[in-house]
Design a binder for this molecule. Structure first.
Ligand code: ADP
Ligand code: MG
Ligand code: ZN
Length: 730
């Protein structure tokens, strides 16, 4: 009964319905899985694109897809976004009137509704169940599925009844999606939904476009204002710990000429809602909030998240920073850190039980280590969530962009590992350090650890030095945390090998957040400036127009077009409906709904400024070389297939390669791995790569005539030469 969609069909449908040129991450495999009728469980970080995993299959299949989603506020937003694409989506929740419900039911039965968003409370009503039994339903999607689990952070009792409700509608395939699920929560969700056999798709939690930075909390207001001045007019969130602080900072910003609004639970509901809407509708740029804000925030173009105060846990921090850069463009995550904040947070816990206090303290300690550590932020965050990031430099965090001074840590790591070994791998950080430094406390005494060979051998260094070494040994996987006994550190295989045969290890010293600002060089802007490859003037004009259209239609601006689409328009200058529909994220549905004014604006702009438009470029491709180059760079950045890039610019594949080579020779790095990995196996890649590595020249003729290379086509050689040039020459 199920027809397997081939690759091209699915892609065509993606473009047709959503205007996107390619799938992201796991999307395509997930979609195929649910289309083939299998139960599917998806764990993807915030902003990765979970919605599409059920929205596209809903469009492809005849009939209706039900989407269970916990937040009524978010439901309307999602339905608006789908409607903007010309997709018939509706919602069913307690905000609808009787008349609206009757109409909705009719539209569902006649089959024109493709996606129905339902709150679990509404699905529980007998009325609704009996009417849904008459509708042809394809599958059920459960968004924010972690709400099912009591062990998760957003438990909703109604969610536990979902399976029973679905069962009344028939034997339907289920796709459950969430951004946070520890293994325990994951199992809980699968059990509750009785889908232990489901195919599970876990994506990497790495958010490549986010930049992480920690600065000492000194002259913070000055630092903050300087930071915001560089980003005037951009959307951002500033998190503070208390309501009072939220009010104070919002006011400070307004006095300094920024447009900011406060958000916290102490505000009157209507004020709170207005502030949130103003932020979504770009009436204010900055929202200053306690962490309560953002549960339902899906604004794709948040360009920065600032933590004015230290968050309570790394989980929370990661969720909050995750709200920036959902559209894949810039997202700066800046945290102001002071040790004193940790002490304050610890005091908040004084009324809790001993166990709760201890758990909270462990979370805070993780926060402290993260902030003070010299190790790549990305690597630390991913390590925390059980994922290893092993690139030596992520290029997008303060510790990688401004590396700390290194030293050889061979002897120190050896001391730490010896301490763990000699105490039989049964102790935690503090005890190990006491043993190393020869600090005689109760535990050392009662276990007689002063007799160990390692005891007191590290007395010359401060406690903080050793903490830092232990942390780095953990992150580099010489030590690991014992799962059963909280706090206990054990040797890994790698650590055991190291003790047998130690080797030099590069470590760095922690940040010293007690020194003055000047020493830490924080007064200068540290995030890497990104060169803009699009026409900024046109981009600003398009943004203004988008805001007008949005206000007129009473929708948030990003529902009309998202920033990446505007950037592309300001690069390719589309002036026909077809060209506009070709822009990533647009598609014909949006062109027909919103395109006219945008096309007119671009047309006028290109005439006023004598700019070749996309259509003309295709005809006279030699005229506008640099624009094609920018286009190619952007498309490669988005991992679009080379064939497709060539086709969209009416180039032959060879001409495209020539363009790409020119780009490389003029010093721009291009990462073609996504394409090369598809067309060349690893073995072949290595052989050609080695050839270039050892060859005197990068001449293609020579490479081709070299008899040892007769197995490779010219195209393959060229692709690998580009890779080689990008990795070594640029
Ligand atoms: P999540 O629910 O996982 O947090 P969303 O489904 O809200 O993420 O998607 C985040 C953003 O990614 C949205 O702005 C969406 O338009 C965009 N997006 C999703 N899939 C794609 C794709 N294949 N190509 C380009 N953009 C995409
Ligand atoms: Mg989502
Ligand atoms: Zn890094």
């Amino acid at each position: 009964m199920i027809v397997a969609e081939d690759k091209d069909t699915l892609r065509t449908q993606l473009k047709e319905f959503f205007g996107y040129t390619s799938f992201r991450g796991n999307q395509e495999t997930v979609i195929r899985n649910i289309l083939s009728g299998r139960n599917t469980f998806v764990i993807m970080p915030t902003g990765a694109g979970k919605s599409l995993c059920y929205q596209l299959p809903a469009m492809i299949r005849d009939g209706l897809a039900i989407v269970i989603s916990p937040l009524i506020a978010l439901m309307k937003n999602q339905v608006d976004q789908l409607n903007a694409y010309g997709i018939h989506a509706r919602f069913l929740n307690s905000t609808l009137s009787k008349g609206e419900i009757t109409r909705l039911k009719k539209d569902c039965v006649t089959g024109s509704v493709k996606l129905l968003y339902v709150a679990p409370e509404s699905l529980n009503k007998e009325d609704n169940i009996s009417f849904l039994q008459k509708v042809k339903i394809n599958f059920v999607a459960i968004d924010e599925a972690h709400c099912i689990s009591e062990w998760g952070h957003d438990f909703r009792p109604e969610y536990r009844k979902i399976k029973t409700m679905i069962a009344q509608l028939g034997d339907l395939p289920v796709i459950a999606l969430t951004a946070t699920a520890t293994p325990k929560v994951q199992l809980d969700i699968q059990k509750n939904l009785q889908m232990e056999e489901a195919d599970v798709f876990i994506s990497s939690f790495n958010r490549k476009n986010l930049y992480y930075e920690v600065r000492p909390k000194k002259e913070t207001k000055k630092q903050l204002i300087r930071f915001l001045k560089e980003r005037k007019g951009k959307s951002g969130i500033i998190y503070c710990l208390s309501r009072k602080k939220v009010e104070e900072i919002a006011q400070l910003l307004n006095v300094n000429g920024f447009s900011a609004a406060p958000y916290h639970a102490g505000l009157e509901p209507d004020v709170r809602i207005k502030n949130q809407d103003d932020f979504l509708n770009e009436e204010v740029d900055i929202i200053v909030a306690t962490i309560a804000f953002g549960m339902g925030i899906d604004k794709p173009d948040v360009r920065f998240v600032v933590h004015y105060d230290v968050p309570k846990s790394l989980e929370g921090y990661y969720q909050e920073t995750g709200r920036s850069g959902r559209d894949g463009l810039e997202g700066i995550c800046l945290m102001f850190y002071s040790h004193n904040d940790l002490n304050k947070l610890e005091k908040f816990n004084k009324d809790k039980t001993v166990q709760e206090r201890e758990n909270a303290r462990v979370l805070l300690q993780e926060m402290e280590f993260y902030a003070e550590s010299p190790v790549c932020r990305r690597r630390q965050l991913l390590h925390y969530f059980g994922e290893e990031f092993t690139l030596p430099n992520c290029g997008s965090c303060d510790n990688c962009v401004h590396p700390r001074e290194r030293y050889d840590g061979m002897d120190s790591v050896k001391t730490v590992l010896e301490a763990a070994r000699q105490t039989n791998e049964r102790f935690g950080l503090n005890h190990l350090i006491n043993v190393i430094r020869g600090t005689e406390d109760e535990y050392v005494k009662s276990y007689g650890h002063f007799d160990l060979p390692v005891y007191g051998t590290g007395g010359d260094e401060e406690q903080d030095f050793w903490k830092s070494v232990v942390r780095q040994a953990l992150i580099y996987q010489y030590l690991e945390k014992d799962i059963e006994n909280i706090g206990v550190l054990k040797l890994t295989e790698k650590g055991k090998k190291f003790l047998v045969k130690p080797h030099p290890i590069e470590l760095a010293r922690d940040h010293d957040f007690t020194t003055s600002i000047e020493d830490e060089e924080v007064s200068s802007e540290r995030a890497p400036a990104q060169a803009k490859s699009y026409d900024e003037k046109l981009f600003e004009m398009l943004k203004t127009l988008r805001k007008q259209v949005a206000r007129h239609k009473n929708l948030p601006p990003y529902v009309i077009f998202q920033d990446p689409s505007l950037e592309e328009m300001a690069t390719t200058y589309p002036t026909t409906k077809e060209d506009l529909a070709a822009v990533n994220g647009v598609g014909m549905g949006k062109v027909n709904k919103f395109g006219k004014e945008f096309l007119e604006l671009i047309q006028k702009y290109t005439e006023d400024n004598d700019i070749e438009t996309a259509t003309e470029v295709v005809v006279k491709s030699s005229v506008n070389k640099s624009k094609i180059k920018i286009f190619i760079i952007q498309q490669i950045d988005r991992k679009v297939d080379l064939e497709e890039i060539a086709e969209s610019k009416s180039l032959t594949f060879e001409d495209l390669l020539t363009e790409i080579e020119n780009i490389c020779y003029s010093g721009t790095k291009l990462n073609l791995d996504y394409y090369i990995d598809e067309v060349l196996d690893e073995n072949k890649q290595n052989q050609i790569f080695d050839y270039f590595l050892n060859s005197e020249t990068d001449s293609l003729e020579e490479a081709m005539s070299d008899s040892g290379n007769s197995d490779y086509s010219e195209e393959e050689m060229r692709l690998m030469r580009i890779k080689f040039l990008s990795e070594y020459a640029n």
